[in-house]
Write a protein that binds this ligand. Structure first.
Ligand SMILES: Nc1ncnc2c1ncn2[C@@H]1O[C@H](COP(=O)(O)OP(=O)(O)O)[C@@H](O)[C@H]1O
Ligand SMILES: [Mg+2]
Length: 316
């Protein structure tokens, strides 16, 4: 559990706080995405958790303890930190990078070596191939995988991620978001992730905390943020296509019709209503086949979307 209690930060010589009276709890095993325009205070908020920034008011708790009272080693044990791109030590091998915190904690050599291989395996990198490589010989996506392996190496309950997929090309980014998101859920990590990308937030967040000028505007589950943005800023931030974004959160199976799929183009496993709409249009087809049984038509898709939206507020 991460808990901000009236946390604020004013830098010396600045008139206005950069983060102001922030109250936010991230329950155990869930992912909260901090999102907002550049400069709104997201990174400052995140860095108050691992004490790279000291709050000038209020406090931050991790697992009940005020982080101000933890010694640096105890704090490193509790929190992993993943940064965009540049976070790896360039002169250390992949294995040495992943071993950073276990070494700091004084684990025996053998246990570290085993852990490094297990972590590389976990993030989809073949240990034999990647262990001795240098970060600059890796692609952006591979570097981010190493960054996640490093952050998870000492098995901290809390993971802090600051724009972790920002430096990765779009194709690889989607794959990484899916894979890393699934790993963090499976391991039951408590995650605070910063991004300015609304699609990433919708995809990864159990809850999304929208910030503006150092304050929280809205903290809600993705569907609720899309269905009921709290004010004009939130509505503009999620985008005028929020109906379409919402389709991405609903499984295509919600629009299932028990009709045989002969010859219809087929959706992949786990497809959303947005995928179904895309395929219906792209293939100019009457109906598309679900990965299991049954099909989806424009009419069944529309009915499922309206049904799932119960109470969706539309701009006039
Ligand atoms: N060390 C610092 N000293 C003074 N101002 C800072 C410092 N770090 C960040 N800021 C300012 O605080 C504001 C919020 O920064 P940041 O938390 O990095 O925003 P975000 O991550 O949302 O883009 C910005 O205006 C930034 O210039
Ligand atoms: Mg930032």
């Amino acid at each position: 559990m991460i808990r901000f209690e009236n946390a604020g930060k004013t830098y010396p010589g600045q008139a206005r706080p950069v983060v102001d009276g922030l109250d936010l709890a991230v329950p155990e095993g869930t992912t909260c995405v901090l999102i907002g325009p550049s400069g709104c205070g997201k990174s400052t908020t995140l860095r108050m958790v691992n004490r790279l920034v000291t709050p000038s008011e209020g406090r931050v708790r991790v697992g009940g303890a005020d982080v101000a009272d933890l010694d640096p080693i105890a704090l490193r044990r509790r929190t992993g930190y993943v940064l965009q791109g540049i976070g790896l030590f360039p002169h250390r091998s992949v294995a040495q990078n992943v071993a950073t915190v276990p070494e700091l904690l004084g684990w025996p050599r053998r246990r570290i070596a085993e852990r490094v291989d297990a972590m590389l395996d976990l993030v989809g990198l073949d240990a034999g191939r990647f262990r001795d490589r240098r970060p600059d010989s890796l692609s952006g996506g591979q570097r981010q995988r190493v960054g996640v392996a490093r952050a998870l190496a000492a098995d901290p309950p809390v993971l802090l991620m600051d724009e972790p997929f920002g430096a990765v090309d779009p194709l690889e980014r989607g794959r990484l978001q899916g894979e890393i998101g699934a790993i963090l859920r499976r391991l039951g990590k408590t995650v605070l992730l910063v991004t300015h990308d609304i699609d990433e937030a919708l995809r990864l967040g159990d809850r999304i905390a929208l910030m503006r000028e150092g304050r929280l505007v809205q903290v809600d589950a993705p569907e609720r943020l899309l269905a009921r943005p709290a004010d004009a800023f939130a509505e503009a931030f999620v985008g005028s296509d929020r109906w379409l974004k919402r389709l991405a959160l609903i499984p295509a199976a919600a629009a299932r019709e028990p009709v045989a799929a002969e010859g219809a183009p087929r959706l992949p496993e786990g497809a959303s209503l947005r995928d179904a709409l895309g395929l219906l249009l792209a293939a100019d087809a009457e109906r598309v086949a679900l990965a299991g049984e049954g099909t989806v038509t424009l009419a069944s898709l529309r009915a499922a979307a309206v049904d799932a939206a119960g109470g969706f507020t539309c701009a006039p």
